[in-house]
Ligand binder design. Structure first.
Ligand code: GUN
Ligand code: ZN
Length: 461
């Protein structure tokens, strides 16, 4: 992935004025107060091609960039880098909120029948459109996404992402055993060939990125895991990902131990097949042995913490203090895990992450949570060279949190004395009306108070 340089010739610049908050370093490794920047009257400067020029105090920015042609006034709002969702299933949008079961039964009962419908391109197109709209209206500008078995499901999602110009990651889901005929890969070799074809079609096309996605160890034969590992290892040098599930609940872990008796533990199954590396993203990681964290650390792999899903499905609980233990500090981001998760909102997820931490007597501070929602997510996805913060040359994906969204918000926030208190209130209330605008590569693709809330990149300004 190349790092963009700033244009040296004069080009039109736009300013976005408001409170600015962005992270510059990892507060799990360094003192929190050294890891972020906050400007109470700030301005973000963006150039025509959609890259960040600068961010800082308003008067200083006006002095430095007198050629700034338009200033959009978001005073009364908090402007942050777009949120990053490190794990979700857009194909589960039609069945989110299907209640009342354990993971393995829930998959059979609700998930598999829904995903089986995605061979139909129209069905897939509608779900992709809905999912992208949900993400943008909740301030999410990048997500690491499960499609499903069918190439149609991958094409539908990338096509819609291209229209908005969002940086998104997805790929064909590899699953050749232990699931219904109408969702299962018919041929293991062919499943890899379809993946390769989709990878060559989409990876690096505009902002789109490809992932090799074995659903989880129980739904792939050893041969499929082996071939998936080879495909990943051959292509990860050019930025291709591996995305799967790991250690979500006890019954799943017991099943994996029966299916792969030769492996030392669940994580070791993936290691043996070459599926671990710096672009491997493992969703959940709730029930992990110390040696499994050590293995993820040694391979530079990242976890996706999906708190609302873990609560909804009654799974294990992610222990962030074990994930970030100083002897093997792993990167992790936040995932909605829609449709196990209960909302596309990253704000709501970090509200839930706080509660999951409290169940283990480890409060997660609001600054750490907002770091995870932005730069932390970018680091987990190895995209911190282009998104997740307001660094010059980074892609101008940002969202606007309206601190005056309604009378109760105004009332409650008038009692917040510090930035930390304000952030705690935002994540705890998690109201949908907090997000007023979302910008992708400097283009305003979502406006809450508008007759036309969504605009594709080619018609957005
Ligand atoms: N493990 C394997 N597939 C899934 C899925 O679709 N959702 C969740 N939450 N866990 C899984
Ligand atoms: Zn999932």
């Amino acid at each position: 992935m190349k790092i963009h340089t700033i244009h040296t010739e004069p080009s039109e610049k736009k300013g976005y004025r408001g409170q600015l908050l962005w992270f510059t370093d990892n507060p799990f490794l360094h003192p929190e107060e050294e890891c972020f920047r906050y400007e109470s009257d700030g301005m973000l400067i963006v150039e025509e091609a959609g890259l960040i020029v600068d961010a800082g105090e308003y008067n200083e920015m006006m002095r430095r960039y007198p050629e700034t042609s338009v200033v959009t006034d978001h005073r009364g709002s908090l402007i942050m880098p777009g949120f990053i969702d490190t794990h979700l299933h857009y194909v589960q949008s039609p069945m989110i909120g299907s209640y009342g079961d354990t993971l393995l039964h829930w998959l059979n009962q609700y998930t598999f029948p829904t995903e089986a419908r995605f061979y139909d391109k129209e069905y897939a197109d509608t779900a992709a459109k809905m999912a992208l709209r949900q993400m943008l209206s909740h301030g999410t500008t990048t997500a690491n996404v499960f499609s499903t078995t069918f190439a149609t499901s991958v094409d539908a999602f990338f096509e819609e992402s291209e229209r908005f110009g969002t940086r998104m990651i997805t790929g064909k889901v590899l699953q050749d055993r232990n699931l219904p005929d109408n969702l299962r890969d018919r041929s293991t070799e062919e499943s890899i060939e379809i993946s390769r074809r989709l990878m060559n079609k989409w990876h690096g096309k505009g902002r789109q990125l490809y992932a090799v996605i074995p659903r989880f160890a129980p739904t792939s034969t050893p041969l499929q895991l082996k071939l998936a590992g080879e495909l990943y290892q051959e292509n990860t040098g050019r930025g291709v990902y591996m995305h799967t599930h790991l250690g979500e609940c006890e019954s799943e872990i017991e099943w994996v131990a029966e299916l792969f008796p030769e492996a030392d533990n669940y994580t070791d199954v993936y290691r043996r097949f070459g599926l671990l590396g710096p672009r491997s993203i493992l969703a959940h990681c709730c029930i992990m042995k110390p040696e499994e964290w050590r293995m993820l650390y040694d391979y530079g792999s990242s976890a996706a913490h999906c708190p609302s899903s873990n609560l909804f499905l009654g799974d294990g609980q992610f222990r962030f203090w074990e994930c970030t233990d100083a002897t093997h500090p792993c990167q992790f981001g936040i995932g909605t895990d829609v449709g196990g998760g209960t909302s596309f909102s990253i704000l709501r997820q970090i509200g839930e992450a706080y509660k999951v931490g409290m169940l283990g007597s480890h409060p997660l501070s609001p600054l750490k949570s907002f770091y995870l929602a932005t730069l932390g997510g970018a680091k987990a996805l190895r995209l911190d060279n282009c998104i997740g913060t307001f660094r010059p040359g980074h892609e101008a994906d940002f969202t606007v949190i309206n601190l005056h969204a309604d009378e109760f918000t105004i009332y409650r926030l008038s009692h917040a004395r510090t930035l930390q208190e304000t952030l705690s209130v935002i994540q705890t209330l998690g109201f949908d009306n907090f997000i007023s605008h979302t910008y992708v590569s400097g283009r305003n693709v979502y406006t809450r108070d508008s007759d036309r809330q969504f605009r594709y990149a080619d018609e957005a300004r």
